[in-house]
Ligand binder design. Structure first.
Ligand SMILES: NC(=O)c1ccc[n+]([C@@H]2O[C@H](COP(=O)([O-])OP(=O)(O)OC[C@H]3O[C@@H](n4cnc5c(N)ncnc54)[C@H](OP(=O)(O)O)[C@@H]3O)[C@@H](O)[C@H]2O)c1
Length: 242
């Protein structure tokens, strides 16, 4: 793994399962990590364990995002903040849930990209943005009308971001993980009648760990991925390749 030599990387959702694993792997690889989330107490705990600097802000609030990011000398960003919403069909969807899922998962990624990319352009050293999307954007999953739509928007922000920011040496990629048993997913996918049939169809027949997801994110941030941009990379045990 390429070292980060003190480059500064912002990780949103750092207090979550996947974001926390990314922070730990980045700190071990020599990055200066800024840990984003809303819960100051959880960020403080992570800071003590990893040396990351807490950066509390709310991704749904444009002023909060701008205040947190303006003036930072950023090399990289991992957009991992997210919310699963509810399991709903199109015919019974609660549009308030849809709006909230879109505000956190899609609009939040856009807002962080908007302010972070400005600082990356100002710093003038290129950089790398990795968005945490989902397998739910690549295939239709029952009950995932809001969440899948929000992650499809994330994939589009990734592709358009790559197109617009490439001229500044800034790469933009996404990862599209299968289920990781964090609190976000365990309440639904942990049910045997839901998770069992799903795993049967997945070539690797197991859930992803947070480390399985964090390692490709760190790779996409690194110089080893210097020619990769605009990609949405499944980390799904082969599920979407069927
Ligand atoms: N778990 C899975 O199975 C899975 C699969 C595929 C993709 N993903 C995606 O991976 C990402 C991380 O998921 P996870 O499982 O690690 O989730 P998690 O453990 O539930 O963590 C979610 C994180 O998002 C932050 N967050 C939520 N709303 C926020 C807001 N308005 N402003 C700022 N931060 C906010 C939370 O921080 P606070 O609570 O402190 O605000 C927390 O750090 C998400 O984008 C998710 O959609 C997850």
């Amino acid at each position: 793994m390429t070292g980060f030599n003190g480059r500064t990387v912002l990780v949103t959702g750092a207090s979550g399962g996947i974001g926390g694993a990314v922070v730990r792997q980045l700190a071990a690889a020599g990055a200066q990590v800024l840990a984003g989330g809303r819960s100051e107490a959880e960020l403080a705990e992570l800071a003590t364990a990893t040396g990351a600097r807490p950066l509390p802000f709310d991704v749904t609030d444009e002023d909060s995002v701008r205040r947190a990011i303006e003036g930072l000398d950023l090399y990289g960003v991992v957009n991992s903040a997210g919310w699963g919403g509810d399991i709903e069909t199109p015919q019974d969807a609660d549009v308030q849930v849809f709006d909230k899922v879109m505000a956190i998962n899609a609009r939040g990624v856009l807002l962080v990209t908007k302010y972070a990319s400005r600082e990356m352009i100002r710093t003038g050293k290129g950089g790398s943005i990795v968005n945490v999307s989902s397998q739910a954007s690549l295939v239709g999953l029952k009950g995932h009308i809001a969440y899948g739509s929000s992650k499809a928007a994330v994939d589009n922000i990734t592709r358009v971001g790559a197109l617009e920011l490439g001229q500044y040496g800034i790469r933009v990629n996404a990862v599209n993980p299968t289920v990781v048993m964090t609190p976000m997913s365990a309440w639904y996918w942990g049910r045997p009648e839901v998770g069992g049939p799903f795993l049967e169809q997945m070539p690797l027949h197991r859930w992803a760990s947070v480390e399985d997801v964090a390692a490709p994110i760190v790779f996409l941030l690194s110089d080893g991925a210097g020619m990769i941009t605009g990609v949405c990379l499944p980390i799904d045990g082969g599920y979407t390749s069927r």
